[in-house]
Design a protein around this ligand. Structure first.
Ligand code: GDP
Length: 485
């Protein structure tokens, strides 16, 4: 393992009040000692006790003063990396931070690679891989949910659960192996029933974690949302309202939204990645046609369709085409322009969907009066009345999305939520091995088969917390980190 001393700017490289240069490794203290003086111009850093912070100056080789700083000293093993660490708090200008970093490097440190501090924390055993990844997730969190779940993961929620499952798997492996080694003393009679129960338990637990990964991904990265509807129904107005600025052009001429626009919108704790598409209708306009085709393709990949209708104008065959296109997708109908006289209501929407869908499909309407009503988990087509012009009804939209996607609640306080796709893949592999084991059990295969499947599951789970991972993977994971972390 590398033990040289690394240094990097840990704060953003921009004008700011304070910047931090972090130095970690065996020589961290002697290196900073060379460039630091206290207010009496003494070189005393070597004498400082661990976990103390000191006022002083960083001095160039030629004795010139670079900056007035606070220096904190954290000695091994009680630091982020578990190595001796010194952090120099200087003034936050980009030039100043670079200058101090160069001075520290000239004094003997090496420029750290992205994520190298956290990689050292992992390699030195201070945190498992799932916790190290949580550090990065926290830095990149786009919304409250992502932030909360990364903090929980950093505190070990994923690690504890995976460790518990692995221990149980290991117990079964050990039992089978000992029985096979020493059949005179350890009997496998009746063991398969016991193992069956345990295997069902593993499958259930893994499935639960995997289910959480679907919610987790959408919460962390956003729900892929497409806004569809005929021209002039208010799609751009809705998008502008959600985004809070005039991103799309709104006009009264049908068909102004020709190309697609993409926006990330935070609605309370929910993040929507909204793709606004060309107004969908039969059109001879070539440019528009391209947009319409694109809209159809995008709708197929969407998690959620926001179908905007103008409630002041009757539905027509263009709406039938749209319904045909979005059939089977989770859809929220936004009956817009509720400030005008109503021509379209729930019964017209019901009729439209029943005409197009083979099976009768019901549209669930959420109104202000029913907001607290318990779940309608199974509904795929829901409807609310809004007025984009009057900014009326968006609160209902948040409620409805929460009901449709997150079982009516967004709190994961007691549950673990898998948000990392690498973890999800490992869980899928573990579940596959467990399913394999279920088949082996059903077919009364010899016991050493069980042991192989269990070992595979054990290894897959191990990858989540960083056991049984190769150098390549570790390097790849940490290379995605920021500098100085
Ligand atoms: P798009 O073609 O579907 O993107 O529709 P726009 O957002 O461009 O809106 C078309 C017209 O409808 C514009 O004049 C909007 O101001 C108007 N509009 C949008 N939402 C509402 C609403 O809730 N009430 C009323 N009365 N007019 C609206």
């Amino acid at each position: 393992m590398r033990t040289d001393t690394i240094a990097a700017i840990a704060t953003a490289l921009s004008d700011s009040g304070i910047g931090i240069i972090r130095v970690s490794g065996e020589e961290a203290v002697p290196i900073v000692h060379k460039v630091y003086r206290n207010k009496r111009n003494e070189d005393v850093l070597l004498e400082y006790r661990s976990h103390t912070i000191h006022y002083g100056f960083i001095i160039e080789k030629n004795g010139n003063l670079i900056d007035e700083v606070m220096v904190s000293v954290m000695k091994a093993p009680h630091s982020y990396t578990t190595e001796d660490t010194v952090e120099i708090n200087c003034h936050g200008g980009a030039l100043m931070m670079k200058k101090i970093l160069m001075t520290v490097i000239e004094a003997g440190a090496r420029l750290a690679e992205p994520g190298e501090f956290t990689k050292r924390a992992f390699l030195n055993g201070r945190m498992d891989l799932s916790r190290a990844e949580a550090v990065m997730d926290m830095i990149h969190a786009k919304n409250q949910f992502a932030l909360r779940s990364s903090i929980k993961q950093l505190r070990g929620s994923v690690f504890v659960k995976i460790k518990e499952l692995r221990e149980k798997v290991l117990y079964e492996i050990a039992f089978i192996e000992s029985a096979l080694d020493d059949p005179e003393h350890i009997s496998l009679d009746g063991y398969t029933e016991k193992l069956s129960d345990q295997v069902s338990y593993f499958a259930r637990e893994l499935k639960k974690l995997l289910d959480s990964a679907d919610d987790g991904k959408m919460l962390k990265e956003g729900i892929r949302t497409v806004i569809v509807g005929k021209p002039n129904v208010g799609k751009s107005s809705l998008l502008n309202l959600l985004v809070g600025q005039d991103r799309a052009i709104v006009t009264d001429i049908a068909g102004t939204t020709r190309d697609t626009l993409e926006e990330t919108v935070n609605l309370g704790d929910i993040t929507l990645n909204i793709i606004d598409t060309a107004g969908i209708r039969n059109t001879e306009d070539v440019v528009e046609k391209i947009g319409v085709e694109k809209a159809k393709n995008i709708s197929e990949e969407a998690d959620l369709i926001l179908y905007v209708m103008d409630s002041s104008i009757p539905l027509d065959e263009n709406d039938e085409n749209i319904v045909q296109m979005i059939k089977g997708k989770k859809t929220i109908i936004l009956l817009n322009k509720s400030d005008l006289d109503e021509v379209v209501d729930k019964s017209s929407v019901d009729a439209l969907f029943s005409n197009v869908c083979e099976k009768s499909c019901s549209v669930y309407e959420l109104s202000q009066a029913q907001r607290d009503e318990q779940n309608n988990d199974n509904e795929n087509i829901c409807m609310i009345k809004i007025s984009a012009r009057k900014n009326d009804g968006l609160d209902l939209l948040v409620d409805l999305i929460t009901k449709m996607f997150f079982h009516g609640h967004l709190s994961y306080d007691d549950e673990i939520c898998i948000t990392n796709s690498r973890h999800k893949e490992a869980l899928l592999e573990a579940l596959e091995s467990i399913r394999q084991l279920q088949v082996s059990l059903e077919n009364n295969m010899p016991e050493d088969f069980y042991s192989i499947d269990l070992m595979n599951a054990y290894a897959s789970l191990g990858r989540i917390i960083g056991e049984e991972v190769g150098d390549d993977l570790v390097n790849e994971i940490f290379s995605k980190f920021c500098m100085g972390k």
